[in-house]
Design a protein around this ligand. Structure first.
Ligand SMILES: Nc1ncnc2c1ncn2[C@@H]1O[C@H](COP(=O)(O)OP(=O)(O)OP(=O)(O)O)[C@@H](O)[C@H]1O
Ligand SMILES: [Mg+2]
Length: 353
């Protein structure tokens, strides 16, 4: 009998992705794969057509020849199905703090607490601050149930339900360790993007942005008067450098890049102006990108020139051993899709196999 971490199942708006790692501190890739989901089935975490999502996961599990017997899944929620908030509480001992958090959570979420699954994480004390910062996480119960029903349909049990923001953060820290200073970690998916600000390895602030991969496809489809499937192909070909890009395509993508960059700037400006930023942070030192749409042509350079900071597209498999059976070329060209999957599969929960 040996132990394996749970299987990461990232149910995103455009696709379901699986990542399976093995090993202790040094992780090794066991399986990885993606199955596209038709548009409209999943949006910002909400699964409106559960049978279609279940079929997609079944196909993926079969294609990867995964045995789901006695295995558990780590799932992740993103978009507006999760609310992540940092709130300051008076500096009390942890038991008193816990009572206070429980009592005040509803008012911070502005949501009926009965509709939310609620969790929190108390941050390390900040010497510049008298209050104690707490990250509150609320996930919509109905959406959690939808995700569980998709994972269970292939025989998986549920180990952990994480949120995209923290899965991305885990993936980042495993690969690059704790970075000193203030950085932004941005996951850009199909229906939404999340920008998280991380100071000396601590999560400080997250904002959800409703501009992501789908916006490029829609804009291209409208401007060029082509079907969304063709617009999607044009977009991917442009970022992969395979086809010559017409000025029209370039302009449309550049316009959406501009909107996304402006939302990232609004997020960081808000962080600094609202007093959310600890006093020792006055500027961002770098931005790291992951998620399918992070590879969009011109996005990294648009962010770098508007914000005047280095921008890096993360390879989520940077520190993971990749056996030869996985073609390195596809790990490098598709890796950006698996940021959340890698973060989820790093969770410290084990299955007996
Ligand atoms: N090489 C690429 N260039 C540009 N866009 C890409 C590329 N590869 C994937 N995308 C886009 O990335 C998006 C998918 O990314 P990802 O898998 O991270 O999203 P998701 O998890 O399905 O969605 P969400 O997180 O919003 O629910 C799609 O819009 C897709 O078109
Ligand atoms: Mg996603």
């Amino acid at each position: 009998m040996f132990k394996l971490p749970p299987i990461a199942v990232d149910i995103g708006s455009s696709a379901i992705k699986i990542v399976e790692l093995s090993g202790g501190h040094q992780k090794k890739l066991r399986s990885v794969g993606i199955e596209l989901v038709p548009e409209g089935v999943i949006n910002e975490g909400f699964i409106s057509d559960i049978p279609t999502a279940q079929q997609a996961l079944k196909r993926l599990v079969k294609r990867l020849r995964l045995s789901t017997m006695r295995r558990r899944a780590c799932l992740s929620l993103g978009g507006n199905s999760v609310i992540v908030k940092k709130v300051n509480f008076p500096n009390k001992d942890e038991a008193e703090l816990a009572d206070m958090i429980e009592a005040e959570a509803e008012q911070h979420f502005q949501h009926d607490i009965d509709d939310l699954h609620f969790d929190w994480h108390i941050l390390d004390p900040n010497p510049n601050q008298q209050d104690r910062s707490v990250v509150l996480i609320g996930a919509k119960r109905d959406i959690i149930d939808q995700h569980i029903s998709v994972a269970k349909s292939v025989g998986l049990k549920i180990a952990v339900i994480e949120c995209d923001v923290f899965a991305t953060f885990n993936m980042f820290e495993y690969n690059f360790g704790m970075i000193q200073g203030l950085i932004a970690l941005t996951n850009i998916g199909a229906s939404s993007a999340q920008v998280s600000l991380i100071g000396n390895g601590q999560h400080l602030y997250t904002r959800d942005i409703a501009i992501a991969g789908n916006n490029y496809t829609k804009a291209l489809s409208t401007a060029l008067n082509i079907a969304p499937e063709n617009a999607e192909a044009v977009k991917i070909a442009a970022s992969e450098g395979g086809a010559s890009i017409t000025p029209d395509v370039q302009n449309v993508i550049a316009q959406v890049n501009k909107q996304l960059v402006s939302e990232i700037q609004v997020t960081t400006d808000f962080f600094f102006q609202s007093g959310e930023a600890p006093l020792d942070f006055t500027a961002l030192s770098a931005i790291f990108l992951t998620g399918g749409a992070s590879r969009t042509i011109g996005l990294d350079s648009a962010i770098a020139s508007a914000m005047n900071i280095p921008v890096n597209i993360i390879n989520p498999f940077h520190k993971i051993d990749i056996p030869r059976k996985f073609p390195m070329e596809s790990i490098l060209s598709q890796g950006h899709l698996y940021g959340i999957g890698v973060g989820l599969s790093l969770r410290d929960v084990e299955d007996n196999v």
